[in-house]
Design a protein around this ligand. Structure first.
Ligand code: ASP
Ligand code: MG
Length: 457
């Protein structure tokens, strides 16, 4: 058994769903359970519609609903054969009837609770999974629809619900494998239900998490995340186009990459899979023959010290110094309390006895933060910076990595340096203007002789 998850862009239209069907058909012998996101940008549109309705703009919200309805009816009409179309459309119309009732209710109530947000946003995956099931059948793939709310059981923290693992795994184990014996199971990602059966969601982008839960629950041999990139690369292609695809990467490395820019996979979403040592594959639904990147629980043996160079633009560095606090304790606490109060995450950090440099990504509340920090320290802000992070398990036990990195960056002004406690990454801050040259120089130094077992040039 395997799990195959297709994101919003992989199921954005009838044509995209046909590509998905071809990909699934080629892997029927592996007994796939298919998890799909909402079609294209449907979740965003449902949420916008809910806000419009709750703001009392009933007609406008019903207009937004009408657009969604026409879109889903049109694309499904292209997929389902003439004979079955009536039945499928009737079922879809029922969904839109319910949504219309919800919209009208919200317009009267004039408020949007997390619970009602989930009620509405769940329709994206409910519709897409239903449509994909029928598209598969029309294309000759034996498919059965499974309502995820029957198997993904969550707590009541609507819009950010956490799965109740024991209950979820028990339901998955008893429901899915018997169906997979002779059919492809199709289910919506992102959605679940509380123990009382109230619809909930796992948070935005939650379909990867759903796939990971399903895989862990049924003990799948592999989880495939089909997206629109070839996998993870040794460098961000928008910064340095000459990077290589990584054939395999450890979960720890993938997590470090995700924190600093690589948006391919959110590490927490694959935790259930990693706990059970189930490999997660990242694959491209537009180029299904590319072998993708395999994320595995344990370290991947590799000749090169570094697996990837990730980076993040638009970073702000805040330098905070206080001579008054020399030899005193409590300085860091006071600083971080300010960032906490303004709900601003800190990414990278370097400290000395009297000064702290840190980077932030969200500078929206920076002025107020600086104002408070100035109450007990001197503050200097540098905008237009970028983080570069070199990541690899081998950094931990290979001497001289720092020397190679700094030699490669000879001539680039490095604003900040940090090696994380995990010791599998080395982080640097440079001016955004220097980013391209810096990454190119690092790539040349670190990947001039790539290990063919790990990298695909
Ligand atoms: N459709 C949901 C979202 O857009 C979940 C997902 O796509 O993973 O957030
Ligand atoms: Mg998505």
């Amino acid at each position: 058994m395997i799990v195959m998850k297709f994101g919003g862009s992989s199921v954005e239209s009838a044509a995209a769903i046909e590509r998905v069907a071809a990909i699934v058909r080629a892997r029927l012998d592996r007994r796939p359970a298919v998890v799909v996101s909402a079609m294209g940008k449907t979740t965003n549109k449902l949420l916008a519609m809910a806000s419009t309705a709750a703001a009392g703009r009933r007609e406008e919200a019903l207009g937004q609903l009408q657009d969604l309805r026409e879109f889903h009816l049109r694309e499904s009409g292209l997929l389902v054969a003439e004979a079955g179309r009536g039945e499928v459309h009737a079922a879809l119309e029922e969904h839109f009837q319910e949504l219309a009732e919800l919209v009208k209710g919200l317009a009267i109530l004039g408020e949007l609770t997390p619970r009602s947000i989930d009620a509405i946003s769940s329709y994206g995956e409910r519709l897409s999974s239903f449509i994909v099931t029928h598209a598969f059948r029309a294309l000759g793939i034996p498919a059965v629809h499974l309502d995820s709310r029957k198997v993904i059981i969550t707590d009541r923290r609507h819009t950010q619900a956490a799965p109740l693992y024991a209950a979820t795994y028990a339901r998955l184990r008893e429901t899915v494998p018997p169906l997979l014996r002779d059919r492809v199971v199709v289910m919506g990602g992102f959605i679940g239900a509380t123990e009382d059966g109230v619809t909930s969601t796992l948070g935005r982008g939650g379909s990867d998490f759903s796939a990971s839960l399903v895989g862990a629950g049924i003990g799948a041999e592999e989880i495939q995340i089909w997206t629109d990139v070839d996998g993870m690369l040794t460098a961000d292609p928008t910064v340095y186009p000459g990077g290589f695809r990584l054939k395999a990467i450890s979960f720890a490395e993938a997590s470090e990459l995700a924190y600093f820019g690589a948006k391919v996979l959110h590490p927490s979403t694959v935790l259930p899979a990693m706990d059970r040592k189930i490999p997660v594959l990242i694959l491209n639904s537009r180029r299904p023959d590319v072998a993708g990147t395999r994320v595995v629980a344990d370290a991947v043996p590799c000749r090169n010290v570094v697996k990837s160079i990730s980076c993040k633009r638009g970073v702000t560095v805040v330098n905070i110094a206080s001579t008054r606090m020399l030899m005193a304790y409590g300085f860091l606490k006071r600083i971080f309390e300010v960032f906490e109060r303004y709900e601003t995450p800190v990414d990278m950090l370097a400290t000395s006895e009297v000064s702290v440099s840190l980077t932030i990504d969200h500078a929206a509340r920076l002025e107020a933060i600086c104002e408070e920090l100035r109450g007990f320290s001197e503050v200097a802000v540098e905008t237009g910076q970028a983080i570069i992070c070199v990541v690899g398990e081998n950094i931990r036990h290979t001497p001289g990595v720092g020397a190679r990195v700094f030699k490669a960056l000879n001539g680039v002004n490095i604003r900040m340096i940090s090696q994380g406690a995990s010791r599998l990454n080395l982080g640097l801050v440079v001016a955004e203007a220097d980013l391209g040259a810096a990454v190119a120089a690092l790539h040349q130094e670190l990947f001039d002789d790539p290990d063919p077992e790990v990298f695909e040039a």
